[in-house]
Ligand binder design. Sequence first.
Ligand SMILES: [Zn+2]
Length: 688
Amino acid sequence: MLSAVLFLSPGSACAATNHRDYGVIKDQNSPYAKLRSVDLNDVRWTDGFWARRFAQTREVTLPRLWELACDPQAGHAIQNLRIAAGLEKGQFKGTHWQDEWVYKWIESACYIYAATADPQLDRRMDEIIEVITKAQQPDGYIASQTTARGWPRFQDFRHHELYTMGHLVTAACIHHRVTGKNTLLEVACKAADCICETFKGRDPKLADFPMNPTIIMAGIELYRTTGRRKYLDMANFFIDWRGSRYADGKRDIWAGAVAKGSDLNQNWRPLRKETEVVGHAVFFSYLYAGAADAYMETGDETLLSAMQRLWSDLVTRKMYVTGGVSPEHHAHPARSLRPGELTIIAGDSIHEGIAAPYELPNDTAYNETCGQIGNLMCNWRMLAITGEARFADIMERSLYNSILSGIGVDGQGWSYTNPLHWNGPQHVLRSNDLHSRGEPGAKMICCPTNLLRTLASWHNYLHSTSSEGLWIHQYGGNVFDGELPSGRKLKLTQQTDYPWEGKVRITIDAVKPPGVFSIFLRIPCWARDAEIAVNGRAANVPCEPASYAKIERNWVAGDVIELDLPMPIRMIVADPLIEQTRNQFAVMRGPIVYCLESIDLPSGVLIEDVCLPVDAEWTIERRPELLGGVTVLKTKAAVIEKQTANDIGGYRQVDNVRPRQVEITLIPYYAWNNRGEPKMSVWLPVAW
Ligand SMILES: [Zn+2]
């Protein structure tokens, strides 16, 4: 985007530039980032999986979530702001974080506007920004959840004022980036100024307020957008303050706080000293993403080493095969404690997050979509810092599985939770589970718009640039037309049927001036025997899984890269320390995790009796008419039916086990719960 002149006072450290260099995060000038985001206008989907998803996001999801936000019975989100603005009489309705619905909708609309320049969308954003401007208090405070009710501000951290204002600030940075307008950015700066003023005295009563810490990422993005150092300082303050009151091992006793020094909100041990990922998945993933942003600006190695340590803990001990990162609806914290520490967190409770290592139940998995999206955002930042493929691998794993599963294949109908096993209509619902996909209203505010902004912006996560050249992290039919940091203009077309096929053809359409630079292609962690050819000849570059293949040459228009990522069907076993998946297989092909739904079983066969032979032979079938167009996997499974009931209750003695064979069809996990409410399982017992 061409950046507009900012409204900063003379002498401020504004980094305004005419360079086309503004991505989902504005990391072009971040001194400790290795990779740079590409401009929001550089990439267009052309065809295939993601072109269809983007069109659906634009045509179905975005308007539907606007309609629901305006609906007085469902969202009431616009009305809340109008009431706070004095434009309408009425009562506030919804969650304490209803405002975020509007802010994330604006952010999503901006990504779509960047690709479509739809004037209607621009007008709609202007109209709602006018309301937001009027809902802001003279000193910058803005939160309809308190103002519209006449409640005092910053009385209870559960009112989520910093959380909703964080989303406002993020949306404002993107709005400014895409439209060049300052309207929402001015509101955001005033809000951030108010936050700085409120928290500068470090009142301990306010210590739990950044519970859901969007404000950290937001503050840093506002710093990047305006050049004002105070917003970076604010973000760093919130990182440093978190957990600081408990660093001496003493329990804080100020009354009335539910969170206290809780593992729920990572407020029991400071981030730099933390050794384990704990607590609410959205809270920890937004905190870590914010910390990664801070590192990019400050180079604080203590933050980076904490992030590396916590990433390993999460990925090796606490993450589902689908990328899900919040196993528990409700649980007690379970961390490795030193003697005498247990009493400190006794009585603490966790919800929507992580408790014990290797505790990954399938049936009762929470896996809130927002947790996975937070983790995706964190991994995007770690990728920018390091250029290491393992972070892009986690993004891919989460997106194709436990993020896409949160929205129906028709672009509407959402689920809050993403379990890996479902008992059909008899499934016992816990907290935010739903029998069938629902709509946001009085509940489920956060996930639908989080999905919306992720799907609306995914094309901005495919590429990065560095001093060496162009990095291609993710695959899908698109055209990139942008500029490298050296000033060289580059246009290339990617043709592929990814994620269903692993062949990717990249054509260099234009390179001005031609010359030597590198194109880096991610070889996913699952891709063995990947091959690359340039202009029909083997490129002879290392293609190890979970790395980037670097092709350095004198690129000219007309060059063609052919990447072949073989996609055999893979039987996956979990770490044996995960009790719930012991002696079971999950099935993957490429980045896609598959599942079995009972609707695809021959009649009379129970999903609970189906076992996967270790030497299963598979067939792959394209089904364009099914579930928005998917590839299914078929095999003959062993069905081990009930033995003679000669023991007690639900227990039987095994006598003569005579498995019979039935044909089963597996569908992508993300597409489960779109055909009524069958039973579903990702993991199936092994028939050895
Ligand atoms: Zn959510």
